[in-house]
Design a protein. Structure first.
Length: 91
């Protein structure tokens, strides 16, 4: 499975903002669900399939998180950029 991946520490309320060059799946996963994802097992995530960007996903709690961008098994490639915005500064 091909995917783009970033691991980061987020505090509760921090926002992962992903900009895509075309539609793709954007998912925010905790470490245990990322392991399930990598092994093709059922997993839980925040996010979904997005046609418009930027995509903004807020961390429900602090800790290590994984941002994954993929095409859901479809052919092709996607480019993405990631920025993190502090939940303390969000209005």
């Amino acid at each position: 499975m091909n995917y783009l991946h970033n691991e980061l520490h987020l505090d509760a309320g921090d926002v992962a903002e992903v900009t895509l060059d075309h539609p793709a799946n954007v998912q925010l996963l905790d470490p245990s669900n990322f392991e399930l994802y990598k092994h093709g097992k059922p997993y839980r995530y925040l996010g979904g399939h997005y046609k418009e960007t930027p995509v903004r996903i807020s961390a429900p709690h602090g800790g290590q998180w994984h941002v994954v961008v993929d095409l859901g098994g479809g052919a092709g490639s996607v480019r993405a950029s990631l920025q993190v915005h502090s939940g303390a500064g969000a209005a």
